[in-house]
Design a binder for this molecule. Structure first.
Ligand code: SAJ
Length: 442
């Protein structure tokens, strides 16, 4: 990599930045913090959304994403303008696509939002503009889908008339330390000029390292392997949870033990399932793209299969525990604690709790749900009401409020079984009582 690419430090004068305009297409978990940061750094910034309610909230300084203090603070300072119009595109120097890249019901990657964004951008694209994709895409999408779509729609040539780059997002919602400002990033581009422009932009707005990649495809692959790495490691401990249950070994204790090794071990934890907008989704991108090239990612697919089996495994733990009490799950009042896919966020995308609820209902259980971050998904007003209406509990999300659940409260409400899908309660204490407690892996 040449010196200017590795070393170039971005020193755009404030005056120049003031005249520079940025449009971010998609202002959700990824686009929202990025738009705030661009505005804070002095760029005239627009954020495009289809959601009018979200647009009004943001323009009034209110965050549409609850539970993220950092984001709420940034949005209250109104660093950018939210809009539904694409008019700002033609006047923008940089356009960043941050729309979702979900999978469909057959786990095939769905690039519809990315393609639709490109079509809308193409109507306003001008020579000299830089387009950056932050949405997670499988290796090859920028060159095989985005580039031809933009070129055909505009008659312009990527790498010459406009620049195309990929800087995969790395947001960890609810993380108190790592945020859009300080998370290191990787950038790849179609052309050297596009790479230089992208590096200069990101090295100006970010505090973390901005690493140039050999090409746009390597940048796409970086993100996919990061999240596939996490998915397979979670699948490893989830499979161990199943085997150690029959071996009578406390997996959580074993993971704590293994974690004393100061090198070459990285703890992951078993749970009722893997949710979120990235980890359970991204591996399918690679599986799908490699299949088209004739390679079968058996290991990645097996890991996905193991993680997707955890919601039903969790309900099976409840069924077995109720059977020990000569009770059937049919007609049992079950309290489901949490619908969000992880602790202290109001996001239930791909949440295992959704699968658990479906399975419980299919088995004939009478289900009550409480999630303090998702009141509209809850069937009761608070935890006390849920406990009153339950004989057995499944904890599907380790919200801080649930970790305070005391043995006395469980006893007072006559709870007979607790299945701890996130291993977040004090199992040693509960196991001393008559309450049947089972964690995932302990
Ligand atoms: N989970 C486990 N066991 C674990 C870790 C997580 O069962 O040991 C489950 C969680 O409960 C959750 C899911 O997996 O349901 C995903 O967990 P996550 O912590 O990865 O949550 P995300 O998807 O919000 O954040 C991830 C980032 N997480 C971390 O690095 C800690 C990261 O993988 C990506 O930067 C980010 O998604 C992204 O945007 O790609």
């Amino acid at each position: 990599m040449s010196r200017d690419i590795k070393k170039n430090k971005f020193k755009v004068k404030r005056k120049k930045r003031k005249s520079m305009m940025i449009t971010i297409v998609g202002i959700g978990y990824v686009g929202l913090p990025l738009a705030c940061l661009c505005g804070e750094k002095g760029y005239k910034t627009f954020g495009i959304s289809k959601d009018r309610k979200k647009i009004n909230q943001i323009n009034n300084g209110i965050s549409p994403i609850k539970g993220d203090i950092y984001l709420e603070k940034m949005i209250s300072r109104k660093f950018f303008t939210a809009t539904s119009s694409y008019d700002s595109i033609s006047k923008s120097d940089i356009i960043i696509i941050c729309v979702p890249t979900p999978v469909d019901e057959r786990y095939n990657p769905d690039l519809t939002p990315v393609k639709q964004s490109c079509r809308n951008i193409a109507k306003h694209l001008k020579k000299g503009q830089l387009i950056i994709i932050e949405s997670t895409v499988n290796p090859g999408v920028c060159e095989e889908v985005v580039k031809p779509l933009l070129e055909e729609a505009t008659g312009l040539q990527a790498g010459k008339d406009f620049y195309l780059a990929h800087c995969p997002e790395r947001i960890n919602p609810g993380d108190p330390h790592w945020n859009v400002r300080n998370i290191p990033r990787c950038v790849g581009a179609l052309s050297r000029q596009g790479l230089l422009k992208s590096l200069k932009f990101y090295r100006h707005i970010l505090e973390g390292e901005v690493r140039p990649m050999k090409s746009i495809k390597e940048a796409e692959a970086t993100k996919i392997i990061e999240n596939s790495f996490r998915d397979i490691n979670i699948a490893f401990v989830n499979e161990l949870a199943k085997s150690f249950e029959v071996l009578g070994i406390d997996l959580m204790d074993v993971i704590e033990g293994a974690s004393t090794k100061p090198f070459a071990f990285m703890a992951h934890y078993p749970s009722c399932g893997v949710g979120g907008h990235c980890i359970p989704v991204d591996p399918y991108y690679l599986i799908e793209r490699a299949k088209l090239a004739g390679f079968d990612h058996r290991f990645l697919k097996l890991a996905r299969e193991i993680n997707n089996s955890m919601p039903s495994y969790t309900v099976d733990l409840l069924i077995k525990s109720l059977n020990d009490l000569k009770k059937s799950i049919r007609g049992t009042k079950v309290g489901l604690l949490g619908m969000a896919y992880k602790a202290n966020v109001a996001d239930m995308r791909e949440s295992p709790a959704v699968d658990i609820m479906k399975i419980l209902k299919k088995q004939g259980a009478m289900v009550e749900v409480f999630d303090p971050y998702l009141p509209d998904q809850s069937t009761v007003k608070n935890l006390e009401e849920l406990l009153k209406k339950s004989e057995a509990l499944i904890i599907a999300t380790d919200h801080n409020e649930f970790k305070q659940l005391s043995l006395s409260l469980l006893k007072k409400n006559g709870i007979k079984v607790v299945i701890d899908g996130k291993n977040c309660l004090n199992n040693k204490l509960i196991k001393k009582s008559k309450i049947i407690y089972k964690g995932v892996g302990r």
